[in-house]
Design a protein around this ligand. Structure first.
Ligand SMILES: [Zn+2]
Length: 258
């Protein structure tokens, strides 16, 4: 019950605070977002504790706000790892619905919950390498899996095309994720890949096959090098030639895995 309050109260408050026509426009989008949330949580236990605020009223507080001003922008949709909360602003919701259709709402929700899964299961590669691009593409891949598996219906070709078109046209708008998200072609392709495979392992996002294991394996390699008497970073790297390259290579394998 407590959880329900947490989930529903911001929504109720936001509906009260917007003019009638805006409310009417986004009711369906909110429904689609909530339905997607429910289906994804049934499919994936690792994101059941993730909170979704949609539509987030202006000024919704989040610990991921850089300036800590509680100044919720008009065009925001992001996952905040500090409180495991997804925030989708009212404006983002209605603009995405208007421009790209309801499939895009489901795709956006799936992409953000994918970050929740990465956080819980695989870790973020961007904590280790210079770019967020692997995380973003992996999230698109996971979103494809969610769209295939976390639903009682099969999407039509048209719906899949619309979902892809949305990813191809926009990035997501997060304070923590302003880096490159991949080219439109990459985003569309990796979403399609996840959808076709319908398997989290194919996205390197399962318990057995994931980034964390890659990192642990690399750490084992480095430990071995240290055991052999390497006592400086240079020596460690020297004794584990290609370890970093391998790490990057394996992280991007899901793109080419067929
Ligand atoms: Zn993202």
């Amino acid at each position: 019950m407590k959880g329900l309050w947490k989930t529903c109260l911001p929504l109720a408050l936001s509906l009260l605070s917007f003019p009638l026509e805006v409310r009417a426009q986004s009711f369906t989008a909110v429904g689609v977002a909530r339905a997607s949330e429910g289906l994804i949580k049934v499919y994936d236990p690792s994101v059941r504790d993730v909170n979704l605020i949609v539509p987030a009223p202006k000024g919704t507080p989040t610990p991921c706000r850089k300036d800590n001003q509680s100044n919720n922008g008009d065009w925001e949709a992001f996952y905040c790892r500090l409180d495991r909360t997804i925030l989708i602003s009212q404006q983002a919701l209605s603009q995405i619905e208007r421009r790209y259709g309801l499939e895009a709402i489901a795709t956006l929700v799936a992409h953000e919950f994918a970050h929740g899964r990465q956080h819980a299961v695989t870790g973020f590669s961007s904590d280790v390498v210079w770019s967020t691009v692997f995380d973003e593409l992996q999230a698109d891949c996971i979103a494809g899996v969610y769209m295939r598996r976390a639903t009682p219906i099969t999407l039509s070709e048209k719906q899949i095309t619309r979902s892809k078109a949305f990813l191809e046209n926009i990035g997501d708008y997060s304070i923590l994720e302003r880096d490159w998200h991949g080219t439109p072609e990459m985003r569309g392709a990796v979403f399609q890949f996840g959808y076709d495979k319908g398997s989290l392992s194919s996205c390197w996002a399962s318990g057995e096959k994931n980034w964390r294991n890659v990192l642990v394996n690399s750490a084992v390699l480095i430990d071995k090098a240290i055991d052999k008497g390497a006592d400086t970073l240079d020596k460690v790297l020297e004794k584990t030639p290609g370890a970093i390259d391998k790490l990057l290579e394996r992280g991007s394998e899901f793109l080419n895995d067929s």
